[in-house]
Design a protein around this ligand. Structure first.
Ligand SMILES: Nc1ncnc2c1ncn2[C@@H]1O[C@H](COP(=O)(O)OP(=O)(O)O)[C@@H](O)[C@H]1O
Ligand SMILES: [Mg+2]
Length: 263
């Protein structure tokens, strides 16, 4: 995978996304279903966040709001300082295409289109010239290690390769955020580990990643875990991996300081 420049060197104070008191209520005949009951959340650039919680707790609803597939019933949502809640459907579609990269459990590739064309699709919607599209598509496919599979159709690829195509498609517009809903849910554990290693590399290259998972060992790849229950945030904490990393850094600093004072 090719690395890009490191955006952590230019860390921004403004969150990549900010939700305030977001509620989502579905009306079913006479009854109201409160899928989100008041969620407030900041996620900064180059965070790696896992969203967990029991079935029905609001994970997909939250991902749909963050991904601009749905708007809150109440509350505000700003993505890169753009107020999403007040946008119309055309503006939302534009934001979705340019700023969000989606990766789904079921890959969601177009079966009749080859790898190149599947990855090219978001750029065609975006109205980019053919030569610029070609350069970007090839770069995205190289990043996921499938340069020798550009002309293959999805059914000529393994599950892991299909998910890598989906990741290339998600990356092709340089999105602000990658949203992944159970990206390893349809993969065996070894292939799942390969896909998670790819997300780790994207994170190291500066990508902001939010993923939904049921599995603790998948969530461990993230640095922050948000748990939902009944439409509310139950907990929001650094994952043990992030804690281990912080301890390691502290120990390094301490030993450096000690060797410094011994000299
Ligand atoms: N389109 C919808 N219409 C009505 N109710 C919905 C809709 N989408 C989700 N819900 C309800 O909102 C709640 C949260 O759902 P969801 O966000 O899918 O939870 P999770 O992804 O954590 O399983 C559930 O009670 C679900 O039945
Ligand atoms: Mg769900």
């Amino acid at each position: 995978m090719k690395s890009t420049s490191n955006p952590r060197l230019s860390t921004s104070i403004t969150p990549a996304l900010q939700l305030r008191d977001v509620t989502k209520t579905y009306r079913m005949g006479d009854t109201e279903l409160h899928a989100l009951r008041g969620v407030s959340l900041d996620i900064h650039k180059n965070e790696y966040v896992a969203i967990m919680g029991p079935s029905g707790s609001g994970k997909s609803t939250l991902m749909n709001v963050i991904g601009c597939l749905d708007v809150p019933s109440k509350g505000t949502y700003a993505l890169e300082e753009k107020m999403v809640a007040t946008m119309d459907e055309a503006e939302l579609a534009e934001i979705r295409n340019r700023m969000i990269g989606f990766v789904f459990q079921t890959f969601n590739l177009i079966p009749r289109a080859n790898v190149f064309h599947n990855v090219e699709l978001p750029l065609i919607y975006g109205g980019m010239s053919r030569s610029e599209r070609k350069a970007r598509v090839e770069l995205a496919i190289e990043r996921v290690g499938l340069a020798d599979r550009m002309k293959h159709k999805p059914n000529e690829l393994s599950g892991g390769q299909r998910q890598r195509v989906a990741i290339a498609r998600a990356l092709v517009y340089n999105p602000s955020i990658i949203l992944a809903d159970e990206p390893t849910g349809n993969l065996d554990s070894r292939t799942g580990s390969e896909i998670m290693a790819m997300f780790d590399e994207l994170y190291d290259a500066g990508q902001t990643i939010i993923l939904v998972t049921h599995e603790d060992d998948i969530a461990e790849h993230a640095h922050r875990t948000i748990r939902l229950r009944d439409g509310l945030i139950e907990s929001d904490a650094a994952s043990s991996r992030a804690k281990r990393r912080a301890v390691n850094i502290a120990q390094q600093h301490q030993s450096l300081a000690m060797s410094g004072s011994a000299a």
